[in-house]
Design a binder for this molecule. Structure first.
Ligand SMILES: Cc1cc2nc3c(=O)[nH]c(=O)nc-3n(C[C@H](O)[C@H](O)[C@H](O)COP(=O)(O)OP(=O)(O)OC[C@H]3O[C@@H](n4cnc5c(N)ncnc54)[C@H](O)[C@@H]3O)c2cc1C
Length: 415
C-alpha cells in the first residue's frame, strides 16, 4: 500500500490523479478463516485492525451485509468525549479518545479529528449537581473536564441564550479535548489499514446463520456461501439481537431508531460541540458549515433506518430555546440509524454461551467515540479468549449478577 503524504498529493496532482490505487481490496471469501468478524462498522473494522496490529492475527475476514461504514458508523453525529461517571466507562472511552488523538498518523489517513471541546449544559439544579459529581469523578479518573459557569459558557458559545425562557443555562461540564471526527474517514482508515495487513473485507455478504458443533462455533452461513471460522466476533450494533438468536442465545438489548438532521450550510457560528440534555438536543458545526443536530430515539423498538417529522419538530423546537438563531435556518436532511440499548446504557464486550463466539454490542447512542478503544479491547478478548482490563467489567454476566455500570446520566441524551 502506498503511503498518503503531501508528496503523494503533489505527485498525483501533476498526473491528473490517475495513479491513486484502491484504498482496500475486495476479495472473494476464502473457505475458512481463523477469525470472522461480522459487521464492517467502525467497531468491527477496529477489532480486525487491532487483532492484526496488537496480536499478529491476520487470517481474518470482516463480513458486511451492505457497504462498510454504512450502518451507524456513517449515520452518527460524530461526537467524541470521555466524561463518563463510572470508572470502567471512563477507562475505555478515554482510551478511545486518546487513540483518536493520533489516529490520522497511526492509520495514515486524515480522519479530521477536531478536539474543539464538548460542553454538556446544565439547565436544571438537578443536572448541575449531576455534572459537578461527574467533574469530581473525572478528576479522580484522570479525565480532563471541569464544571464552568454560565459566563464562561457564553464566552465559548456567543450564539447561546444563557437566560433562556424555560431553562436558563446554569453552567456546563466542559471537556476541552473532546470534539468530533469525520465518521466515514474513520471506517475507511481502518478498512485501508486492515486490507494492507492482509485482512479480507467482504462487502455485500450477509450472515444468515451460525454453524456450531458440540457447543463450539464452526463458521457462518452467508449469502456468499459457508465460511468456516475458529472464532467469531459479532459486532453488528442494532442487529446484535438478530445475530445472537442465530447463535442460540439472548441479549439484554433493545433496538431502536435514533435520528439526526443537518441544516443548510452557514458561515462559522459555533466552534465547540454543545449538548443540551434537558431540552433534548445537541449541535455542532461541520466543516461544510452545516449545523449537525442530534435528536432523540424512537420511543418503541424498531429496525427502521429512517427519520420522522415529529422528531425534527421536537428537536428543533427544543434547540430554538437555547439557540434562537436556528429558528431561521432551513433543515436539509434527516436520517436514522438503529442503535442497540442495554438497560444500564453501557456496552457489552463479552464471551458468549457459544464457545469461540464473542459479542461487542450495546454502545447505544454513543459508540462512535469509543471505536478505537472498543476495537482494542475486543481484539484482546478474541485473541486471548479472555477479557483484558478494559473489557472485563463489560461482560454479559453483569446482568445476571446485578452488577450494572449505570451510565444513564452520561448517555441521557443521545451520547
Ligand atoms: C443518528 C445517530 C447519531 C449518533 N451520534 C453519535 C455521536 O455523536 N457520538 C457517538 O459516540 N455515537 C453516536 N451514535 C452511535 C454510534 O453511531 C454507534 O454506537 C456506532 O457507530 C456503532 O458502531 P458499530 O460499528 O458497532 O455499528 P455499525 O456502524 O452499525 O456497523 C454494524 C454493521 O453490521 C452490519 N450487519 C448487520 N447485520 C449483519 C449481518 N447479518 N451480516 C453482515 N453484516 C451485518 C451492518 O450493515 C453494519 O454496517 C449515533 C448513532 C446514530 C444512529
Amino acid at each position: 500500500m502506498r503511503r498518503y503524504s503531501a508528496f503523494a498529493i503533489a505527485r498525483e496532482a501533476v498526473r491528473y490523479h490517475q495513479g491513486w490505487e484502491r484504498a482496500w481490496r475486495s476479495p472473494a471469501p476464502r473457505p475458512a478463516y481463523e477469525v470472522v468478524v461480522v459487521g464492517a462498522g467502525g467497531h468491527g473494522l477496529a477489532t480486525a485492525y487491532y487483532l492484526a496490529r496488537n496480536h499478529g492475527i491476520t487470517d481474518v475476514a470482516v463480513l458486511e451485509k451492505g457497504w462498510l461504514g454504512g450502518g451507524n458508523t456513517g449515520r452518527n453525529t460524530t461526537i467524541i468525549r470521555s466524561n463518563y461517571l463510572q470508572d470502567p466507562s471512563a477507562a475505555i472511552y478515554e482510551k478511545a479518545r486518546s487513540l483518536y488523538e493520533t489516529m490520522s498518523r497511526d492509520l495514515n489517513m486524515n480522519v479530521m479529528f477536531s478536539p474543539r471541546g464538548v460542553l454538556m449544559l446544565a439547565q436544571t439544579e438537578h443536572e448541575k449537581r449531576g455534572y459537578l459529581r461527574t467533574a469530581h469523578a473525572n478528576r479522580l479518573q484522570g479525565v480532563a473536564t471541569e464544571f464552568i459557569g454560565p459566563e464562561r459558557v457564553k464566552e465559548l458559545v456567543p450564539i447561546i441564550n444563557v437566560s433562556g425562557p424555560r431553562y436558563p443555562v446554569l453552567g456546563a461540564l466542559w471537556q476541552p479535548r473532546g470534539g468530533t471526527a469525520r465518521h466515514d474517514a474513520v471506517a475507511w482508515a481502518y478498512a485501508r489499514a486492515c486490507s494492507a495487513m492482509g485482512i479480507d473485507i467482504i462487502q455485500r455478504c450477509e450472515v444468515t446463520g451460525i454453524t456450531q458443533e458440540r457447543g463450539r462455533v464452526t463458521g457462518v452461513e452467508t449469502t456468499r456461501g459457508h465460511i468456516g471460522a475458529k472464532k467469531l466476533a459479532i459486532v453488528v450494533a442494532g442487529h446484535s439481537g438478530v445475530l445472537a438468536e442465530m447463535a442460540g442465545f439472548r441479549l439484554p438489548i433493545e433496538s431502536v431508531a435514533l435520528q439526526a438532521l443537518v441544516s443548510e450550510p452557514i458561515k462559522p457560528a459555533i466552534d465547540v460541540v454543545v449538548m443540551a440534555n434537558t431540552v433534548h438536543g445537541y449541535m455542532s458545526q461541520s466543516d461544510k458549515g452545516e449545523l449537525v443536530i442530534g435528536g432523540g430515539a424512537d420511543g418503541y423498538n424498531n429496525y427502521t433506518q429512517r427519520g420522522s417529522f415529529h422528531h425534527i419538530e421536537e428537536t428543533v423546537r427544543a434547540l430554538v430555546e437555547t439557540f434562537p438563531i436556528i429558528s431561521r435556518l432551513r433543515m436539509m436532511r434527516q436520517w436514522g440509524g438503529i442503535v442497540d440499548m442495554t438497560g444500564d446504557r453501557s456496552p457489552i464486550l463479552s464471551k458468549t454461551p457459544l464457545e469461540g463466539c464473542y459479542i461487542n454490542a450495546g454502545w447505544g447512542t454513543g459508540g462512535f467515540k469509543s471505536i478505537p478503544g472498543s476495537g482494542w479491547a475486543m481484539a484482546e478478548l478474541v485473541a486471548k479468549d479472555a477479557p483484558g482490563p478494559l473489557a472485563a467489567p463489560f461482560g454479559l454476566e453483569r446482568f445476571r449478577e446485578g452488577r450494572f455500570i449505570d451510565e444513564s446520566v452520561a448517555a441521557g441524551v443521545a451520547h
